[in-house]
Write a protein that binds this ligand. Sequence first.
Ligand code: SF4
Length: 200
Amino acid sequence: MSRDNVVKIFKKSLWVFHLNTGSCNGCDIEILNVFAPFQDAERFGVKLVGSPRHADAILLSGPITREALPRALRAFQAVPEPKIVLAIGSCACGGGIWYDSYNIIGGVQRFYEILREKLGIEPPPTFYVPGCPPKPEAILYAIGVARGLLAKKQVAEIHIESLEEAMNRLREVITDEYHRVIEEYVLGKPLVRKVVLKEV
Ligand code: SF4
């Protein structure tokens, strides 16, 4: 199933199961942080559940250790289809600093190779959140992408070659109040090559 189709399916809510496959607990603290009242991921329809059988998604933290592999396989198979995986942290994405340790299988891609080769299972759409550990905002961002919440907010990149063209563009989108600041700080520079404007 494609990533776009899965995003449509989970548009209303997403129940997630947190699976630690050998993390140092740095990523786990940030995952819990996302569900604490300050970040409050539940406001986006995301709920942490205690059983993989109730989940739509796996929040995977840590590299896959040899010890955790059988447990990870069982948890993975217990999550009903369609499902998605959010690989949280550099270890889950690619093994991190432990990638060549004697007791590490690797990151989620290595796990998927085992799924394909040994069990004939095609891996689900996966969202990668690198970082050691990633910030809670980055995890929330990934959840937003998985839920299709970010499609409405597009960032328009406007490539501009001349200063005159840049100023004309800026005048279209900013108020008079900011003209003086722009004249003072932007015009002082020899050339504006790229201006990024947020759609409002
Ligand atoms: S990415 Fe960093 S914080 Fe997360 S499990 Fe690996 S070492 Fe720990």
